[in-house]
Design a binder for this molecule. Sequence first.
Ligand code: SF4
Length: 696
Amino acid sequence: MSPVRIGLVGCVKSKRQHPSPARDMYTSPMFRGRMRAVELGCDTWFVLSAKHGLLDPSEVIEPYDVALKNLPSDARRAWSRKVLGALLDRFGDLSGKVFEIHAGSAYRDNGLVSGLKAAGATVENPTEGLNRGQQLAFYTGRPASSFKPVTRRRARPRASYGRIGETLNQGDEESVTVSFAKVEDILGRPLPASARKYAPWWGNTDLSPQGRGWLDYGWRVGQIRMVNEEVRFDRLSRHAGRAEERTRLHAANGEPPNGGRPTVRDDIQLENIHPIDLFTYRWPAATETFDRGWEATIVAGGARHLLRHGIGGRVVFGSWRPHTVTFLDGQPAVEAAAEDAYEQTRKLVSLIKGADRRDIQGVADLPAGYENFEIHRQKDAIDAPHARSSLVVRLTEDDLEGWARHALLRVALRRSGGGAGPATTTALPKSEPSQRPVVTQSPAGTIAIVAALLDHGALIAARPSGQPVSFTPSVEANQFVIDNQLAFLLAVICDQGIKAERAWAVPWELRHRLGHLDPYRLASEPENVVAAFCRRPMLHRLVNVVPAWIVDAARRVVAEYGGDAARIWAGRPSAVALQARLLAFEGIGQKKAAMAVEILERDLGVPISDLAGSDVAYDVHVRRVFLRTGLAEADDVGEMVADARMLNPDRPGSLDFPAWDIGRRWCRPVGPRCSECALSDVCPKLIDRADSVRGM
Ligand code: SF4
């Protein structure tokens, strides 16, 4: 019987900002990679926390800011004794057990390793001698600095590992099982110790030299038997063939398999691709944290969409799995969960839905546009009680083009609302002008409404020379948000649930109550911020959330922008990029981000490029006006944003301010004053359409 193997994983600085189980608290790629390694290779594992000592991964803890290496040596030794004591409490006799330590020297070298050895345990340090970058490559299969979508070129394999692929290609077999010893024969040297200990070493990633040694020659690792020391290599074409066999998709269409990669077509392009760090998304019942991801602009059918693909993890199908959400224009479009073989494949699966929002069960019902995806059944990819027999797309986590296409198709189908037809024609995103039956106005009527809106916008934006824009009646408060960049950001965050005029005065009043508006102090003195908000008269109606957003914003400004909020919009960012930066702040959603971009450029003269990527804000006043004028058919954020992009493609966001102003002045929820309205001559006055739009 093999000895009990216990994994110990050191904590890291990057953490969530709210209480979480220890396994979810730490967000860096290094920790996630270490966690995957011990989950795969050990019988059990624990977190080594600089603050708490030994932690069960499921134990819920608060965020903390303690680094073991920063503690004095006697405190580090005391910490080691505490961890040893906790291990003895849990296991009694440690002799004969193997401890695999995935942590820095501060965790190992202050008595923990020597104490374990003295107790008769064996201690292994799998990354001994590797620098930090090499460790990241070891754990993640790729260095952290190289997280990029798969659109990049592959590097050439290192010659020695390339011998594996060369040897495999000498035969005609579709699948070859070889022993580790045979691999060593091929290489002409021993495999590194990691290859025998850790299955992830055999990962199918083109960012490890060994992975390139088979991937670049048309092979992938299909199965690893660590106990038997055997690895099975499958030809990539055979792998695609198995997917075809499972679903009979390609046979049904009479098309050859394409190796599981979506075809990049001319009608969809990705621009401004850039990696993003940790971010959160608030679902109705919970907040999900994503460790990393990418953002890009999708150009499809003449329209532009903001794409965000977040990679995180959560309990899905009864166990913790990598989990992704792909957002389109700020709204979640598709979710995906890691398949069982994720450690080898890096692939996730995502349900395919029809226009009626139901799962697609059969190949014959597959919606158009999914022809070139790799299709499986969910239960074939995930062996869990609640896995469905429904069809799923199967994509690698970083296949940004594939996720973009899947998200566009899902949203287009959702909007179409009709039956899901078989894949006989190519589905295009609904934003393609020629296919959008959205605008019920005659073209001439629509053009007249848009022209009247833009005229009204120009009228209300015009100010006598030297007169500042007016956000709030108080002269001092108004000038403060114009002059102070952090005040502007905080005013945007506060603009919710109360009148705009009051919201934009909050930063001035907050400074008055605190005696400062210093981001460092706001970040480090949250209790003072809460007290200032709650003092009568309260600064905001939403005192349970807005003060936390203010503190979070200050912390983000300090951590990411060096304490200078102006850096958020410095460097002439594109409208899409600036919206993305703003969306990263707690309390800023699509509406506020779009509004802020418009105000910054239009009223405060901040240089912003590519305003074709600006958007209308999904605001109650804008919604009412868009619905009653017939510019939008449905009260849906994606729909309205897409409408504005089609109606005024050069600068969609310029429709926002006039619509907002008309909504506040004349197009009231009850009793709209149409006779006085600037759109009176051209508006069809579809009053009932906005019955469901409520709020300030
Ligand atoms: S107030 Fe009347 S005319 Fe003006 S936008 Fe609303 S419905 Fe149209």
